[in-house]
Design a protein around this ligand. Structure first.
Ligand SMILES: Nc1ncnc2c1ncn2[C@@H]1O[C@H](COP(=O)(O)OP(=O)(O)OP(=O)(O)O)[C@@H](O)[C@H]1O
Ligand SMILES: [Mg+2]
Length: 329
């Protein structure tokens, strides 16, 4: 599959009093046609800035983004024929127009044939559960409904790339599910490419096979979600004990890095261990052997994406270096 989004060496600073705030630093990545990619990162990481640069709304200080070969800043007109974007504040809708008028208006702007457009509009309205609101002005919709309309407007025209900044922020469970399903259809049935930012790890887990994680303006991880989960799962163990630990053992184990002792009334004593290397596991086994403490089981821990995310951005904060597994591809 060909590359459709190409970001090369993007840096961006914003003025702040006499200094400049660095929002992005030498960010490069590629997205292939038909991919659905999550752009993740803590608040202030630079996600929205990246999205605005991709959409051609903000100029980078350095580097360039190409969509289907067009430079998003220097060839904005051509780029706009290739992409739709929904950013914070849903500014891609017209507040005085109704839901239906918005959809008709934006479809006609792009010169789509009327019959095809009507089918598409009906489909979007039903898919996003906007039927009861078709004659309500955008201004009078709830914020969640506005968000759904903004997505519908972005999808009413047939463009290959969709860029979304936090598409499910503040939505109720049902609306978030509608958007989730809509995006899957867009990618897997309509063959479009979607890049979205989000803090919602359940959304990522449900629909994004690949994530790019940025922290403090730099990419720290670019990998498939399943790889990340496997990588971290392989490093996390739970040792279940049959009896109790002596206070000396407890003290010694608490000195082992990334080992946490749990005393659970129902499940007994267990030790969770996140391995930097196998050494910590052997140290703990030695401590247990001293008193012949019986081990009931040693299991690999299930780990969720939220833990992985925190681990990745937390670790970077600690030593200031990207993780060694941060790779492109
Ligand atoms: N218009 C602006 N003027 C000055 N600084 C800005 C501007 N926009 C963003 N910044 C700064 O750039 C950095 C990145 O912000 P950005 O909005 O891209 O982060 P984000 O990852 O989208 O965060 P969030 O998760 O909170 O939406 C932050 O330090 C922010 O304060
Ligand atoms: Mg943002």
């Amino acid at each position: 599959m060909g590359i459709i989004i190409q970001a090369r060496n993007i840096s961006k600073t914003y003025p702040k009093k006499k200094e400049r705030v660095r929002a992005l630093q030498e960010v490069s990545f590629q997205v292939k046609k038909g991919e659905l990619v999550g752009l993740l990162g803590p608040n202030g990481a630079g996600k929205t800035t990246m999205v605005k640069i991709i959409a051609g709304l903000v100029a980078p200080d350095q580097g360039e983004v190409e969509i289907a070969g067009y430079n998003t800043w220097k060839e904005r007109g051509r780029t706009l024929r290739k992409l739709s974007a929904v950013l914070e504040g849903n500014r891609n809708i017209y507040w005085p127009l109704t839901v239906k008028e918005n959809l008709n208006f934006f479809a006609s702007l792009k010169g789509q044939p009327p019959r095809k457009v009507q089918q598409r509009i009906d489909y979007l309205i039903s898919k996003l559960n906007l039927e009861k609101k078709v004659n309500v002005t955008a201004r009078s919709l709830s914020r969640g409904m506005q968000q759904k309309l903004a997505l519908a407007v972005a999808l009413v025209v047939d463009v290959p790339v969709l860029i979304l900044d936090e598409p499910t922020l503040g939505l109720d469970v049902e609306s978030a599910l509608e958007i989730r399903e809509m995006l899957q259809d867009v990618v897997y049935q309509e063959n479009k490419t979607v890049l979205l930012t989000t803090h919602d790890m359940r959304l990522v887990r449900a629909i994004c096979p690949r994530v790019i994680i940025i922290n403090q303006g730099q990419i720290v991880t670019d990998d498939r979600v399943e790889n990340l989960l496997r990588l971290f799962e392989a490093k996390s163990y739970r040792l279940k004990l049959t009896g109790h630990l002596t206070s000396k053992q407890e003290e010694m184990i608490s000195l082992v890095e990334n080992a946490i002792i749990h005393n659970d009334r129902h499940n007994g004593v267990y030790i969770d261990l996140h391995l930097e290397s196998m050494d910590s596991l052997y140290i703990i086994l030695d401590i247990l052997r001293e008193n012949n403490s019986p081990i009931e089981s040693i299991e690999r821990q299930e780990i969720d994406l939220e833990q992985v995310f925190l681990e990745i951005v937390g670790r970077r904060r600690k030593n200031g270096q990207p993780d060694s597994f941060a790779s492109t591809g």
